[in-house]
Ligand binder design. Sequence first.
Ligand SMILES: *Cc1c(COP(=O)(O)O)cnc(C)c1O
Length: 366
Amino acid sequence: MSDAIRPQPGILDIALYEGGKAKLAGRDEVLKLSSNENPLGPGPAAQAALKRLVLGNAGADLHRYPSTDHAELRETIARVHGLDAARVICGVGSDEVIAFLCQAYAGPGDEVLFSQYGFLMYRISAQAAGATPVAAPERDRHTDVDALLAAATERTRLVFVANPNNPTGTMIDPSEIERLADGLPDHALLVLDGAYAEYVEGFDGGLALVEGRSNVVMTRTLSKIHGLGGLRVGWGYGPKAVIDVLNRVRGPFNLSSLQQAIATAALEDHDHVARSRRENAAARDWLTGALRAAGVGVDDSLGNFILARFDTPARAAQVDAALQAGGILVRRMDGYALPEALRITIGTMEDCRRLAGLVVQTLEAD
Ligand SMILES: *Cc1c(COP(=O)(O)O)cnc(C)c1O
Protein backbone atom coordinates (compact mmCIF):
# COMPACT_ATOMS: atom_id res chain seq x y z
CA MET A 1 0.00 0.00 0.00
CA SER A 2 1.12 3.56 -0.69
CA ASP A 3 2.76 5.41 2.22
CA ALA A 4 0.46 8.28 1.43
CA ILE A 5 -2.50 6.31 2.76
CA ARG A 6 -2.40 6.74 6.51
CA PRO A 7 -4.95 6.47 9.32
CA GLN A 8 -5.76 9.41 11.54
CA PRO A 9 -3.15 10.28 14.20
CA GLY A 10 -3.47 8.04 17.25
CA ILE A 11 -5.22 5.14 15.53
CA LEU A 12 -2.04 3.06 15.26
CA ASP A 13 -1.42 3.62 18.99
CA ILE A 14 -4.56 1.64 19.86
CA ALA A 15 -3.70 -1.71 21.45
CA LEU A 16 -6.09 -4.32 20.06
CA TYR A 17 -8.73 -5.37 22.57
CA GLU A 18 -8.32 -9.03 23.44
CA GLY A 19 -11.48 -10.78 24.55
CA GLY A 20 -11.50 -13.59 27.07
CA LYS A 21 -10.26 -16.84 25.59
CA ALA A 22 -13.02 -19.23 24.61
CA LYS A 23 -11.12 -22.32 23.44
CA LEU A 24 -8.41 -24.64 24.68
CA ALA A 25 -6.40 -26.67 22.18
CA GLY A 26 -7.36 -30.33 22.20
CA ARG A 27 -10.46 -29.91 24.35
CA ASP A 28 -14.09 -29.92 23.24
CA GLU A 29 -15.50 -28.87 26.59
CA VAL A 30 -14.17 -25.84 28.41
CA LEU A 31 -15.51 -23.97 31.39
CA LYS A 32 -15.27 -20.36 30.24
CA LEU A 33 -14.92 -17.99 33.18
CA SER A 34 -13.01 -15.31 31.29
CA SER A 35 -15.63 -12.82 30.04
CA ASN A 36 -18.06 -12.14 32.91
CA GLU A 37 -20.86 -14.00 31.17
CA ASN A 38 -23.94 -15.19 33.07
CA PRO A 39 -23.52 -18.95 33.67
CA LEU A 40 -27.31 -19.35 33.48
CA GLY A 41 -27.34 -17.97 29.94
CA PRO A 42 -30.26 -15.98 28.56
CA GLY A 43 -33.57 -16.27 30.37
CA PRO A 44 -36.68 -18.10 29.13
CA ALA A 45 -38.31 -14.88 27.85
CA ALA A 46 -35.36 -14.08 25.58
CA GLN A 47 -35.23 -17.66 24.32
CA ALA A 48 -38.96 -17.71 23.63
CA ALA A 49 -38.69 -14.43 21.72
CA LEU A 50 -35.91 -15.86 19.56
CA LYS A 51 -37.94 -19.01 18.86
CA ARG A 52 -40.94 -16.93 17.85
CA LEU A 53 -38.75 -14.92 15.48
CA VAL A 54 -37.17 -17.98 13.90
CA LEU A 55 -40.17 -20.29 13.78
CA GLY A 56 -42.94 -17.69 13.44
CA ASN A 57 -42.31 -16.71 9.87
CA ALA A 58 -38.81 -18.07 9.40
CA GLY A 59 -37.35 -14.66 8.74
CA ALA A 60 -39.84 -13.68 6.04
CA ASP A 61 -39.67 -10.09 7.34
CA LEU A 62 -35.91 -9.79 7.14
CA HIS A 63 -36.09 -7.64 4.01
CA ARG A 64 -37.60 -4.91 6.20
CA TYR A 65 -35.26 -2.39 7.82
CA PRO A 66 -35.47 -2.32 11.61
CA SER A 67 -36.95 0.53 13.62
CA THR A 68 -34.48 3.42 13.58
CA ASP A 69 -35.70 5.00 16.81
CA HIS A 70 -35.94 1.75 18.83
CA ALA A 71 -39.22 3.12 20.24
CA GLU A 72 -40.54 -0.15 21.66
CA LEU A 73 -37.20 -1.12 23.20
CA ARG A 74 -36.70 2.34 24.70
CA GLU A 75 -40.23 2.37 26.09
CA THR A 76 -39.63 -1.02 27.69
CA ILE A 77 -36.33 0.15 29.23
CA ALA A 78 -38.10 3.27 30.50
CA ARG A 79 -40.98 1.28 32.02
CA VAL A 80 -38.73 -1.31 33.68
CA HIS A 81 -36.31 1.24 35.15
CA GLY A 82 -38.71 4.15 35.71
CA LEU A 83 -37.12 6.48 33.14
CA ASP A 84 -38.11 8.99 30.47
CA ALA A 85 -37.97 7.05 27.16
CA ALA A 86 -37.01 10.21 25.26
CA ARG A 87 -33.71 10.27 27.17
CA VAL A 88 -32.69 6.65 26.41
CA ILE A 89 -30.28 5.75 23.59
CA CYS A 90 -29.62 2.15 22.53
CA GLY A 91 -26.37 0.82 21.13
CA VAL A 92 -24.58 -2.28 19.93
CA GLY A 93 -23.62 -3.13 23.49
CA SER A 94 -22.82 -0.32 25.89
CA ASP A 95 -19.45 -0.33 24.11
CA GLU A 96 -21.12 1.50 21.27
CA VAL A 97 -22.64 4.10 23.59
CA ILE A 98 -19.16 4.65 25.07
CA ALA A 99 -17.84 5.12 21.52
CA PHE A 100 -20.63 7.62 20.70
CA LEU A 101 -19.74 9.63 23.80
CA CYS A 102 -16.06 9.81 22.83
CA GLN A 103 -16.80 10.56 19.20
CA ALA A 104 -19.26 13.32 20.07
CA TYR A 105 -17.50 14.95 23.02
CA ALA A 106 -13.76 14.39 22.66
CA GLY A 107 -11.24 15.00 19.89
CA PRO A 108 -7.61 15.93 19.33
CA GLY A 109 -6.27 18.00 22.25
CA ASP A 110 -9.03 16.82 24.61
CA GLU A 111 -8.60 14.43 27.51
CA VAL A 112 -10.72 11.46 28.49
CA LEU A 113 -10.25 10.56 32.14
CA PHE A 114 -10.80 7.22 33.89
CA SER A 115 -9.26 5.34 36.77
CA GLN A 116 -6.12 3.21 36.75
CA TYR A 117 -7.82 -0.16 36.31
CA GLY A 118 -10.73 1.23 34.30
CA PHE A 119 -12.37 -0.81 31.54
CA LEU A 120 -10.08 -0.93 28.47
CA MET A 121 -12.78 0.33 26.12
CA TYR A 122 -12.57 3.84 27.63
CA ARG A 123 -8.98 4.14 26.48
CA ILE A 124 -9.65 2.56 23.08
CA SER A 125 -12.69 4.75 22.32
CA ALA A 126 -10.83 7.88 23.41
CA GLN A 127 -7.92 7.03 21.11
CA ALA A 128 -10.28 6.21 18.24
CA ALA A 129 -11.71 9.72 18.61
CA GLY A 130 -8.21 11.23 18.52
CA ALA A 131 -8.40 12.29 22.17
CA THR A 132 -5.82 11.68 24.89
CA PRO A 133 -6.61 8.97 27.45
CA VAL A 134 -5.65 9.86 31.03
CA ALA A 135 -5.64 7.33 33.89
CA ALA A 136 -5.86 8.48 37.53
CA PRO A 137 -4.45 6.21 40.25
CA GLU A 138 -6.73 4.04 42.38
CA ARG A 139 -6.47 3.51 46.12
CA ASP A 140 -6.12 -0.21 46.98
CA ARG A 141 -7.98 -1.12 43.79
CA HIS A 142 -10.86 1.24 44.56
CA THR A 143 -11.85 4.25 42.48
CA ASP A 144 -10.25 7.30 44.11
CA VAL A 145 -12.44 10.37 43.68
CA ASP A 146 -9.73 12.74 44.91
CA ALA A 147 -7.27 11.37 42.36
CA LEU A 148 -9.82 11.79 39.56
CA LEU A 149 -10.58 15.36 40.65
CA ALA A 150 -6.86 16.12 40.81
CA ALA A 151 -6.35 14.73 37.29
CA ALA A 152 -9.17 16.79 35.73
CA THR A 153 -7.88 19.72 33.65
CA GLU A 154 -9.25 22.39 31.37
CA ARG A 155 -8.99 19.80 28.59
CA THR A 156 -11.01 17.04 30.30
CA ARG A 157 -14.20 16.37 28.34
CA LEU A 158 -15.30 12.97 29.63
CA VAL A 159 -14.79 11.06 32.88
CA PHE A 160 -15.67 7.35 32.91
CA VAL A 161 -16.32 5.52 36.17
CA ALA A 162 -17.65 1.96 36.38
CA ASN A 163 -19.36 1.23 39.70
CA PRO A 164 -18.93 -1.65 40.50
CA ASN A 165 -15.66 -1.53 38.60
CA ASN A 166 -14.24 -4.13 36.21
CA PRO A 167 -11.73 -5.83 36.66
CA THR A 168 -11.47 -5.04 40.39
CA GLY A 169 -15.09 -5.80 41.34
CA THR A 170 -14.98 -3.06 43.97
CA MET A 171 -17.59 -0.37 44.41
CA ILE A 172 -17.50 3.08 45.95
CA ASP A 173 -20.36 4.72 47.82
CA PRO A 174 -22.88 6.69 45.70
CA SER A 175 -22.12 9.72 47.90
CA GLU A 176 -18.53 9.57 46.61
CA ILE A 177 -19.79 9.56 43.02
CA GLU A 178 -21.91 12.57 43.87
CA ARG A 179 -18.84 14.35 45.24
CA LEU A 180 -17.10 13.61 41.92
CA ALA A 181 -20.04 14.99 39.89
CA ASP A 182 -20.02 18.13 42.07
CA GLY A 183 -16.28 18.68 41.85
CA LEU A 184 -15.62 18.20 38.13
CA PRO A 185 -15.17 21.23 35.91
CA ASP A 186 -18.28 22.44 34.05
CA HIS A 187 -16.98 21.24 30.67
CA ALA A 188 -16.56 17.60 31.77
CA LEU A 189 -19.34 15.03 31.35
CA LEU A 190 -19.33 12.22 33.95
CA VAL A 191 -20.25 8.79 32.57
CA LEU A 192 -21.35 6.18 35.10
CA ASP A 193 -20.89 2.72 33.65
CA GLY A 194 -23.47 0.48 35.31
CA ALA A 195 -22.62 -2.76 33.49
CA TYR A 196 -22.82 -4.64 36.82
CA ALA A 197 -25.41 -2.46 38.58
CA GLU A 198 -28.10 -5.16 38.65
CA TYR A 199 -25.82 -7.45 40.65
CA VAL A 200 -26.03 -5.01 43.57
CA GLU A 201 -29.35 -5.43 45.35
CA GLY A 202 -31.26 -2.15 45.45
CA PHE A 203 -28.63 -0.11 43.53
CA ASP A 204 -29.91 2.28 40.85
CA GLY A 205 -26.65 2.38 38.86
CA GLY A 206 -26.37 6.12 39.42
CA LEU A 207 -29.80 6.96 38.06
CA ALA A 208 -30.65 9.42 40.83
CA LEU A 209 -27.53 11.40 39.96
CA VAL A 210 -28.44 11.50 36.25
CA GLU A 211 -31.89 12.80 37.16
CA GLY A 212 -30.49 15.44 39.46
CA ARG A 213 -28.03 17.19 37.18
CA SER A 214 -27.00 18.08 33.65
CA ASN A 215 -23.45 16.64 33.58
CA VAL A 216 -24.06 12.92 34.24
CA VAL A 217 -24.83 10.04 31.86
CA MET A 218 -25.35 6.38 32.79
CA THR A 219 -24.64 3.36 30.57
CA ARG A 220 -26.13 -0.11 31.03
CA THR A 221 -25.97 -3.42 29.20
CA LEU A 222 -27.90 -6.61 28.51
CA SER A 223 -24.59 -8.49 28.22
CA LYS A 224 -24.12 -9.29 31.88
CA ILE A 225 -27.04 -10.11 34.18
CA HIS A 226 -29.44 -10.66 31.27
CA GLY A 227 -27.05 -13.25 29.84
CA LEU A 228 -27.05 -11.77 26.33
CA GLY A 229 -23.42 -10.90 25.59
CA GLY A 230 -23.79 -12.39 22.13
CA LEU A 231 -26.82 -10.29 21.24
CA ARG A 232 -24.95 -6.96 21.59
CA VAL A 233 -27.45 -4.56 23.14
CA GLY A 234 -26.72 -1.81 25.64
CA TRP A 235 -28.17 1.60 26.41
CA GLY A 236 -27.45 4.98 27.85
CA TYR A 237 -29.52 7.47 29.84
CA GLY A 238 -28.78 11.14 30.28
CA PRO A 239 -29.86 14.73 29.86
CA LYS A 240 -32.02 15.23 26.74
CA ALA A 241 -29.42 17.55 25.19
CA VAL A 242 -26.71 14.86 25.46
CA ILE A 243 -28.91 12.08 24.10
CA ASP A 244 -29.85 14.31 21.15
CA VAL A 245 -26.15 14.78 20.40
CA LEU A 246 -25.42 11.05 20.62
CA ASN A 247 -28.30 10.24 18.27
CA ARG A 248 -26.63 12.36 15.60
CA VAL A 249 -23.58 10.09 15.51
CA ARG A 250 -25.55 6.85 15.92
CA GLY A 251 -26.14 4.91 12.72
CA PRO A 252 -29.87 4.83 11.94
CA PHE A 253 -29.97 1.02 11.78
CA ASN A 254 -27.41 0.17 14.47
CA LEU A 255 -29.67 -2.46 16.06
CA SER A 256 -31.25 -5.20 13.96
CA SER A 257 -34.92 -6.13 14.32
CA LEU A 258 -33.84 -9.38 16.02
CA GLN A 259 -31.69 -7.55 18.57
CA GLN A 260 -34.51 -5.16 19.39
CA ALA A 261 -37.17 -7.88 19.75
CA ILE A 262 -35.07 -10.21 21.92
CA ALA A 263 -33.79 -7.39 24.13
CA THR A 264 -37.33 -6.09 24.64
CA ALA A 265 -38.49 -9.52 25.83
CA ALA A 266 -35.44 -10.04 28.08
CA LEU A 267 -35.89 -6.76 29.94
CA GLU A 268 -39.21 -7.88 31.40
CA ASP A 269 -37.85 -11.23 32.62
CA HIS A 270 -37.59 -10.12 36.23
CA ASP A 271 -37.42 -13.69 37.52
CA HIS A 272 -34.30 -14.42 35.51
CA VAL A 273 -32.59 -11.27 36.73
CA ALA A 274 -33.49 -12.00 40.36
CA ARG A 275 -32.34 -15.62 40.12
CA SER A 276 -29.07 -14.58 38.43
CA ARG A 277 -28.39 -11.99 41.13
CA ARG A 278 -29.15 -14.44 43.95
CA GLU A 279 -27.13 -17.37 42.61
CA ASN A 280 -24.22 -15.10 41.68
CA ALA A 281 -24.04 -13.63 45.19
CA ALA A 282 -24.08 -17.05 46.84
CA ALA A 283 -21.39 -18.54 44.56
CA ARG A 284 -19.24 -15.38 44.64
CA ASP A 285 -19.26 -15.18 48.42
CA TRP A 286 -18.43 -18.88 48.72
CA LEU A 287 -15.54 -18.60 46.22
CA THR A 288 -14.18 -15.44 47.88
CA GLY A 289 -14.07 -17.26 51.22
CA ALA A 290 -12.52 -20.40 49.77
CA LEU A 291 -9.72 -18.49 48.01
CA ARG A 292 -9.02 -16.26 51.01
CA ALA A 293 -8.74 -19.36 53.17
CA ALA A 294 -6.05 -20.56 50.76
CA GLY A 295 -4.11 -17.31 51.18
CA VAL A 296 -5.20 -15.68 47.92
CA GLY A 297 -5.90 -11.93 48.04
CA VAL A 298 -9.50 -11.14 47.09
CA ASP A 299 -11.26 -7.80 47.58
CA ASP A 300 -15.00 -7.81 48.26
CA SER A 301 -16.58 -7.91 44.80
CA LEU A 302 -20.02 -6.52 44.00
CA GLY A 303 -20.01 -7.89 40.44
CA ASN A 304 -20.20 -11.32 38.81
CA PHE A 305 -16.44 -11.86 38.99
CA ILE A 306 -13.59 -11.60 41.46
CA LEU A 307 -10.02 -10.45 41.10
CA ALA A 308 -7.74 -13.07 42.67
CA ARG A 309 -4.29 -11.76 43.59
CA PHE A 310 -1.35 -14.12 43.98
CA ASP A 311 2.09 -13.51 45.49
CA THR A 312 3.84 -13.03 42.15
CA PRO A 313 3.05 -12.88 38.43
CA ALA A 314 4.76 -16.27 38.09
CA ARG A 315 2.37 -17.75 40.64
CA ALA A 316 -0.64 -16.32 38.78
CA ALA A 317 0.68 -17.82 35.56
CA GLN A 318 1.16 -21.17 37.28
CA VAL A 319 -2.42 -21.19 38.59
CA ASP A 320 -3.70 -20.12 35.17
CA ALA A 321 -1.81 -23.02 33.56
CA ALA A 322 -3.21 -25.49 36.09
CA LEU A 323 -6.74 -24.23 35.49
CA GLN A 324 -6.29 -24.55 31.74
CA ALA A 325 -4.99 -28.09 32.19
CA GLY A 326 -8.22 -28.73 34.07
CA GLY A 327 -10.31 -27.22 31.26
CA ILE A 328 -11.04 -23.87 32.92
CA LEU A 329 -10.40 -20.49 31.30
CA VAL A 330 -10.03 -17.32 33.37
CA ARG A 331 -8.67 -13.90 32.43
CA ARG A 332 -5.01 -12.94 32.76
CA MET A 333 -4.69 -9.32 33.82
CA ASP A 334 -1.40 -8.28 32.18
CA GLY A 335 -3.34 -5.93 29.88
CA TYR A 336 -4.56 -4.08 32.99
CA ALA A 337 -1.05 -3.97 34.53
CA LEU A 338 -2.13 -6.51 37.18
CA PRO A 339 0.12 -9.43 36.15
CA GLU A 340 -0.11 -11.06 39.60
CA ALA A 341 -3.89 -11.30 39.32
CA LEU A 342 -6.47 -13.44 37.58
CA ARG A 343 -10.02 -12.26 36.98
CA ILE A 344 -12.42 -15.10 37.56
CA THR A 345 -16.03 -14.92 36.41
CA ILE A 346 -18.49 -16.43 38.87
CA GLY A 347 -19.93 -19.60 37.37
CA THR A 348 -22.43 -21.91 39.03
CA MET A 349 -21.68 -23.09 42.58
CA GLU A 350 -20.43 -26.35 41.06
CA ASP A 351 -18.10 -24.42 38.71
CA CYS A 352 -16.74 -22.45 41.65
CA ARG A 353 -16.06 -25.59 43.68
CA ARG A 354 -14.22 -27.15 40.75
CA LEU A 355 -12.12 -24.02 40.24
CA ALA A 356 -11.31 -23.56 43.94
CA GLY A 357 -10.24 -27.20 44.15
CA LEU A 358 -7.72 -26.74 41.36
CA VAL A 359 -6.37 -23.47 42.79
CA VAL A 360 -5.90 -24.97 46.25
CA GLN A 361 -4.25 -28.08 44.80
CA THR A 362 -1.82 -25.94 42.78
CA LEU A 363 -0.86 -23.74 45.72
CA GLU A 364 -0.42 -26.70 48.04
CA ALA A 365 1.72 -28.63 45.54
CA ASP A 366 4.58 -26.21 46.08
C1 LIG B 1 -18.92 -5.89 30.12
C2 LIG B 1 -18.77 -4.44 30.35
C3 LIG B 1 -19.48 -3.53 29.58
C4 LIG B 1 -20.51 -4.00 28.61
O1 LIG B 1 -20.12 -4.12 27.35
P1 LIG B 1 -21.21 -4.43 26.24
O2 LIG B 1 -20.66 -3.72 25.07
O3 LIG B 1 -22.51 -3.87 26.69
O4 LIG B 1 -21.25 -5.91 26.10
C5 LIG B 1 -19.32 -2.18 29.82
N1 LIG B 1 -18.53 -1.75 30.80
C6 LIG B 1 -17.86 -2.59 31.59
C7 LIG B 1 -17.03 -2.06 32.70
C8 LIG B 1 -17.95 -3.97 31.37
O5 LIG B 1 -17.27 -4.81 32.14
